[in-house]
Ligand binder design. Structure first.
Ligand code: MN
Length: 128
């Protein structure tokens, strides 16, 4: 596993850039995919320490992508944080039940986001 590498799965260029800039500033490396399909492929080949998964994606959505990651021995143990544009209670409940390690709603609040990433990233490292 690459040291401090995070996979960003996000179809919106501006959102991806914001998250990338914040993570680079905090000393993380990033790999990025605009679709769930490409994200899964990168998770397999790069084995990042953490995945940030947008829920609304073209093609496969983030919930389906998570299910695929969890079904595969190679990617099952990688922690995944959902990033969602919806704060609707029923959508957040779906995210909780899907098995994400945590979630953040958009727009990202940088301080809270960084704290969550650091917490989940180190928890994932301890268990591997
Ligand atoms: Mn999206």
């Amino acid at each position: 596993m690459a040291e401090k590498q995070i996979l960003i799965v996000e179809d919106n260029d501006k959102n991806r850039k914001l998250v990338r800039d914040v993570l680079h500033f905090k000393g993380y490396q990033t790999v990025e995919a605009p679709t769930g399909e490409e994200g899964i492929e990168l998770a397999r080949t790069q084995k990042p320490g953490l995945i940030l998964m947008d829920i609304q994606l073209p093609g496969m959505d983030g919930l389906t992508a998570l299910a695929r990651l969890k079904a595969e021995p190679l990617t099952r143990a990688i922690p995944v944080i959902a990033i969602t544009a919806s704060a609707m209670p029923q959508d957040l409940e779906k995210i909780r039940q899907a098995g994400f390690d945590a979630y953040q709603t958009k727009p990202i609040r940088v301080k809270e986001f960084v704290e969550l990433v650091e917490k989940i990233f180190s928890a994932g490292k301890d268990s591997s």
